[in-house]
Design a binder for this molecule. Structure first.
Ligand code: NAP
Ligand code: HSE
Length: 438
């Protein structure tokens, strides 16, 4: 086949530029890279200086022109946002064009609609870059781990927050200064609140959960907490007690979940979490991401690498482009979709009520430094069936003492009832922090 496969690029920002750079320098890469060619590119601002030179006749401000261009066989959406991205993806599918997208916000909310439109039209929508930046995680979940019954997915899946937390923990760096750096490095979302409030990680765990457990979950029911209210003191105490603090995204079968259930019950959450130093995720630093998958019979596998930035993300986008290019070159009928590459739900899943799920806890209380306080706190935990792993008093002074409790894994409802009672004790001035632990 001598004809090149025409690519239409929606967006020429951090990721789009990285993709264009790979396509324009095929030497030394897989031979298929030389079989793809940029045909049209959409940007918002034509006057902006670009890090790559693209022939001006290929560039337009109208993304629809890219999707509708007959020389464009494959649409690569790297513009971000919900609209017009979602409509453009659906338009491309309707025109019989496969799509590659890095847009987790769209896929987490509209993935089901997009996947059914793609399956109906006999085209692919591939999303390797939507989770974990450069880490291959989507294709392994769809293909390499297909023989497993997945029990749990645990990930550090936001590069910006991991970069901030690492710099804060290792160098005591200032939160807002490091956030600005992450933006300049191209790691952060257009609105960085999506990163620091945990929303981007919630999009990603929704996507991973759908692939791991076989059914889409409702994105809006994922309990989500970011790092913006995390206090330095808790990071410091966590370190003293042998833990690192990371923004974790977790999806796991609840204790009650059975494969025969009409809808599989999953405990899903995104929140800052204390990780014991011996946990494989505790050493994942900087912009790196890592995802641990627990499956039967494989056991535990960990995927690790750069989670954001132009090069790593472009690597994942181009992997998807090559998958589709390979199929096109083989000349398989467009309606014969490879079931391991296309996406479809094969069962229903739902997010379990938070109170029913289990969790280990770190709790910091400010209390009077008087005899019997720890005894009273312990009694209330015991009454609510909360078992304590350790209890330590820090910084006792006339103004009070800080008591840090680590519990064993307990029902979230029980811990919440116990804390409501403890807050009402005369000797307790304040519940200063409550953070999950692994
Ligand atoms: P970005 O740097 O802000 O780039 C967005 C690009 O889209 C820009 O070139 C912009 O044009 C163009 N654009 C936006 N709205 C447009 C519109 N209505 N019409 C035409 N062009 C439009 O964003 P990014 O960091 O590359 O991220 C792109 C996508 O990849 C997002 O979905 C993001 O979540 C995802 N992603 C990003 C990373 C990362 O590390 N950055 C990693 C994984 C996934 P102008 O250049 O003219 O402004
Ligand atoms: N803003 C995202 C992050 C980009 O920091 O992880 C990669 O998806």
């Amino acid at each position: 086949m001598n004809e090149k496969i025409g690519i239409g690029l929606l967006g020429l920002g951090t990721v789009g530029t990285g993709v264009a750079q790979i396509i324009s320098s095929p030497e030394g890469r897989h031979p298929l890279v030389s079989k793809i060619q940029l045909k049209r590119v959409a940007v918002k601002d034509l006057s902006k200086a670009r890090a790559i030179s693209i022939p001006p006749q290929l560039i337009t401000q109208d993304p629809l022109e890219v999707v509708e261009d007959p020389s464009v066989e494959l649409v690569v959406e790297v513009m971000g946002g919900i609209e017009p991205a979602k409509s453009l993806i659906l338009k491309a599918i309707k025109s019989g064009k496969s799509v590659v997208t890095a847009n987790k916000a769209v896929i987490a909310r509209h993935g089901e609609e997009i996947a059914s439109a793609a399956n109906e039209a006999g085209v692919y929508v591939l999303i390797e870059a939507a989770v974990g930046g450069g880490i291959p995680i989507i294709e392994p979940l769809k293909q390499s781990l297909g023989g497993n019954k997945i029990k749990k997915v645990t990930g550090i899946i936001n590069g910006t927050t991991n970069y901030i937390l690492t710099r804060m923990s290792k160098e005591n760096a200032d939160y807002s200064v490091v956030l600005k750096e992450a933006q300049e490095l191209g790691y952060a979302e257009a609105d960085p609140m999506a990163d620091v409030e945990g929303l981007d990680a919630a999009d990603k765990i929704s996507i991973l959960s759908g692939l791991a457990f076989g059914g889409t979950i409702n994105r809006s029911s994922v309990p989500t907490k970011g790092i913006s209210t995390l206090q330095n003191r808790d990071v410091e105490y966590a370190n003293k007690l042998g833990y690192e603090v990371k923004l974790l995204a977790i999806a796991e079968r609840t204790e009650k979940a059975k494969d025969s259930d009409p809808s599989l019950s999953l405990a899903v959450r995104v929140e800052p979490t204390l990780l014991p130093r011996e946990h494989p995720l505790s050493g994942v630093n900087g912009v790196n991401n890592a995802i641990v998958i627990e499956g039967d019979p494989i056991g535990e596998v960990m995927f690790y690498g750069p989670g954001a930035g132009a090069g790593p993300t472009a690597s994942a986008v181009v992997a998807d482009i090559l998958n589709i290019a390979g199929i096109k070159i083989m000349g398989t009928s467009d309606t014969d979709l490879d079931p391991l590459l296309s996406a479809f739900s094969w069962r229903k899943c739902h997010v379990a009520e938070t109170r029913e799920t289990l969790q280990k806890n770190y709790i910091r209380l400010i209390a009077k430094d008087s005899p019997g306080v720890i005894g009273q706190i312990g009694k209330i935990f015991g009454k609510n069936t909360v078992s304590i792993e350790s209890i330590v008093q820090f910084d006792a002074s006339d103004s009070g003492a800080e008591i840090v409790v680590i519990t064993h894994e307990v029902n979230k409802g029980c811990i919440s009832d116990a804390l409501s009672e403890i807050k009402n004790l005369n000797e307790v001035k304040k519940l200063a922090s409550h953070i999950s632990c692994l």
